[in-house]
Unconditional design. Structure first.
Length: 145
């Protein structure tokens, strides 16, 4: 039996604990699709945006570039994303989904939906919607000016 520790008063620790637990739930559901939660997020953002520079993608994911680079390597290796020259500025490079990436994302969306359903079942859909709104406020409040 796990020892029961008193709840933390530290906002950062409480959010990180919840994040790790929720990430595990999503990783479990995404495993049959061969993706982790962070990789699914990258594919999903690239799909919605139509492509992004590494800087834009890092900002959208609220992730530093080195961590993002670590998450991009397996996606590039598996040819799910590609780095292409931007037509407007030959120096700029844009990350885009490949056909294989679109196919994997389509498959992974079913796994993601199962994770969403599991979370909503335990937490409630209305509560989850309110939580997302609160977390967007947390992101804005903690962002550098």
């Amino acid at each position: 039996m796990k020892p029961r520790l008193p709840p933390t008063e530290c906002n950062c620790l409480a959010i990180r604990q919840a994040s790790r637990q929720l990430t595990q739930l999503y990783d479990d559901e995404l495993a049959p699709c061969g993706l982790r939660t962070t990789q699914y997020s990258v594919l999903s953002v690239l799909d919605r945006s139509g492509g992004a520079t590494i800087q834009e993608l890092a900002a959208a994911l609220v992730m530093d570039r080195s961590t993002l680079g670590h998450n991009l390597r397996p996606l590039e290796r598996d040819r799910l994303i590609e780095l292409a020259v931007d037509g407007r500025d030959r120096r700029a490079r844009t990350l885009r989904l490949t056909e294989a990436g679109r196919a994997r994302l389509k498959e992974a969306r079913r796994c993601w939906a199962k994770a969403q359903a599991r979370f909503h079942e335990g937490f409630g859909e209305d509560a989850a919607r309110r939580l997302r709104a609160l977390l967007r406020r947390v992101i804005r409040a903690a962002s550098p000016a």
